[in-house]
Design a protein around this ligand. Structure first.
Ligand code: CP
Length: 314
């Protein structure tokens, strides 16, 4: 089994990876997925331990990482931020130095990207970003792996993200820019992805040949979409923000409904990282339709994360 040799110690954002490294991870994920379906498991992480720190809720990330490492012969520890000493003020630096002496890798879901950076800088072992307010790299890799395994040419398809310019959108933009894809981000100007993320993606696109479009114009820029992606409008931690209702009103034209889907290309597939707020950013009739590939995406979290863990812990 060919395990990618990555130049990075950690996966903190998609920009830690090159195009070639991402494609190598896709190939390994496809092989691990196919072998699992044939009943063949590989002890690639035998006796390895993964610490999973969660300062936010999770279903997919927690279960897919824990199951994935177990399938590879390793072991995962679930560490709730409230239960470990981080919750009582122990520094992330001390946490990093201590965990480095026990386990082989840390996956963390937290708020600030700087927390993940500090954790990685003070760890002797790899650190994987399992979601911050800024990025969700494992999600973006699972999503484009889902497109890749369907046999589509990543350089030819039109991929459109519609809605809030959030952490998932940021990682998708970075990944599309590195892979040389055509990606459009559609949403109200108030909720576009941050300009530093977009500018960096444009720079990467200049190297890869990617085409990144940021727009608010549904009628002009939805046409020809092969994959239409959305995420919740109110991310974890924003629920009590006083501007929530105003944000929802501005985003309402960007809700995925059947009429909106009909403005895309024929056979356009619908994606969502889940959990969905059904009836808010996407209608049930779309999410539960044959156009939806959301459960393939969710499953692929596990397969791509197995590949990521193998590559980082090799
Ligand atoms: N998409 C995602 O990260 O799901 P969870 O929040 O359930 O982990």
């Amino acid at each position: 089994m060919k395990i990618p040799r990555l130049t990075t110690k950690d996966l903190l954002s998609i920009t830690d990876l090159s195009r070639d490294e991402i494609l190598q991870l896709f190939r390994l994920a496809a092989r691990l997925k196919a072998d699992l379906k044939m009943g063949r498991n590989h002890d690639l992480l035998k006796k390895k331990s993964l610490a999973m720190i969660f300062e936010k809720s999770s279903t997919r990330t927690r279960v897919s990482f824990e199951t994935g490492v177990t399938q590879l012969g390793g072991h995962a520890l679930f560490l709730s931020g409230n239960d470990i000493q981080i919750g009582r003020g122990e520094t992330i630096q001390d946490t990093a130095k201590v965990l480095s002496r026990y386990v082989d890798c840390i996956m963390i879901r937290t708020f600030a990207q700087q927390t993940v950076v500090d954790l990685a800088e003070n760890s002797r072992i790899p650190v994987i970003n399992g979601l911050t307010d800024l990025f969700h790299p494992c999600q973006a890799l699972a999503d484009f792996f889902t497109v890749y395994e369907r046999g589509d040419d990543l350089g030819s398809i039109k991929f459109t993200y519609i809605g809030d310019g959030n952490n998932v959108a940021n990682s998708l933009i970075q990944c599309a820019a590195i892979l040389g894809m055509r990606m459009t981000v559609l949403g109200p100007s108030e909720f576009k992805p941050p300009s530093d993320i977009v500018n960096e993606a444009m720079r990467l696109a200049g190297e890869s040949g990617a085409e990144i479009v940021i727009s608010s114009d549904i009628d002009k820029d939805l046409a020809g979409t092969d994959y239409l992606y959305t995420d919740v409008w109110i991310s974890m931690g924003q629920e009590n923000d006083p501007t929530v209702q105003q944000k929802k009103a501005l985003l309402s034209p960007y809700k995925i409904t059947m009429p909106l889907l009909q403005k895309c290309g024929n056979g356009c597939q619908v994606m969502h990282c889940l959990p969905a707020h059904r009836g808010e950013e996407i209608d049930d009739s779309v999410l539960d339709s044959e156009r939806s590939i959301v459960y393939e995406q969710a499953e692929n979290r596990m397969h791509i994360q197995k590949a990521i863990m193998c590559a980082l812990m090799r």
